[in-house]
Every structure is written in structure tokens, then in C-alpha cells.
Unconditional design. Structure first.
Length: 187
């Protein structure tokens, strides 16, 4: 694990000895030095102790490795395909808290078999932001509904199922909904 202990310690204007004494229980400056240079493995316990001594969170002391991007080779628009004027890279999606996914087993609406639909859960106060979007809605007994949110009336959501000819459905006061935010499709 790569840590930013030294950078944070220096930014706070603290010496190795200052950090060692601020740890609970106190430790030595030599131990802190070994932890920040990587000559000694940093455990979660040590990370939390040092973070408390520095007055930051443990997450502030961890440096994540850089993620490589995918270079963009061309840009497609109505006029054809052109090369980018400057280098562009795309970053692959990373799961974050609140994300849920749907896998499509058979084509329905705009979705094809094999598609993955990534959805981000939102609380009831944000339901208005999902109007006219496809949303995953939890139902009683572990069931779900995936449909277009076409209206909202107080605690009632008006949903239009994706398959043609289906009737509008109304769901009352779901604890959350998850609007679709990304479609992953293998060609």
C-alpha cells in the first residue's frame, strides 16, 4: 500500500517525533519513519493511529495507484470520423457506493440481451430528478420494476413499463429508486 503519511505530516508541520508522541499509545519516531517510507508494512491499525495523531482520516493517508485510461483514437459525428485534435483518454467505470446493476437476459425496449445497466440509487427527496428516465424500483417481497418514470404525485410514482403495449403502473412510497446512468453493451 502506498501511503501519503510523509506528505500529510509535513503539510501539518509536524516532525516524526511529534507524530510518535501524538499516537495513542505513543510510539517512537523511528517506527513512524519506517511506516511512512514503507520499510515496515502499514496495517489498518497503524493507519488509524497515525491518522488520529495527524488529525485526518485514514483515507487521507492512502494514495491509490493511478488508473490507466483508454486512448481515444477517433471521434464519430454526423460528418464522419475524425482524429482528436489533442490526446483524449477515457477512464473505465469504477463501482461506487449506491450503484446497482441490471443484466438483460432477453431484449426489452431499447435494451438488448447481454446489456448491463448501471443504476445509481437515490432517496425519495431526489425522485423528481429521475423524471423521464428508466429507473429500477424495489417492490415488496424482493421484487423489482424497471420502467420509465413518467410522473410523480406525492408519494406515488407513475411508471411506464418498457415493453410496448404495457399499461402504466403506480408504485406508492418506495424507499429508493435507481435511475439508469450507464449502459454497457458488448458488440
Amino acid at each position: 500500500m502506498i501511503t501519503a503519511i510523509r506528505e500529510v505530516r509535513r503539510a501539518k508541520g509536524m516532525t516524526l517525533d511529534d507524530v510518535a508522541r501524538a499516537c495513542v499509545p505513543p510510539t517512537t519516531a523511528q517506527t513512524i519513519g519506517r511506516l511512512e517510507t514503507g520499510t515496515r508494512t502499514v496495517s489498518v491499525g497503524w493507519l488509524n493511529r497515525i491518522a488520529d495523531a495527524l488529525g485526518v482520516t485514514a483515507a487521507d493517508l492512502v494514495t491509490l495507484p493511478e488508473r490507466s485510461g483508454i486512448p481515444v483514437a477517433a471521434i464519430l459525428d454526423g460528418a464522419g470520423v475524425t482524429s482528436p485534435r489533442q490526446p483524449i483518454t477515457l477512464t473505465a467505470p469504477v463501482p461506487t457506493p449506491g450503484l446497482v446493476a441490471i443484466t438483460v437476459a432477453a431484449g426489452v425496449g431499447d435494451y438488448r440481451r447481454g446489456d448491463e445497466i448501471w443504476c445509481e440509487t437515490i432517496a425519495p427527496e431526489a425522485f423528481g430528478n429521475a423524471l423521464n428516465r428508466d429507473v429500477l424500483v424495489p417492490r415488496p417481497a424482493g421484487r423489482f420494476l424497471f420502467a420509465r418514470l413518467i410522473g410523480r404525485d406525492g408519494g406515488k410514482l407513475h411508471l411506464l413499463p418498457l415493453d410496448s403495449g404495457s399499461r402504466q403502473q403506480i408504485v406508492t412510497a418506495p424507499p429508493w429508486i435507481a435511475p439508469a446512468i450507464r449502459l454497457v453493451r458488448t458488440l
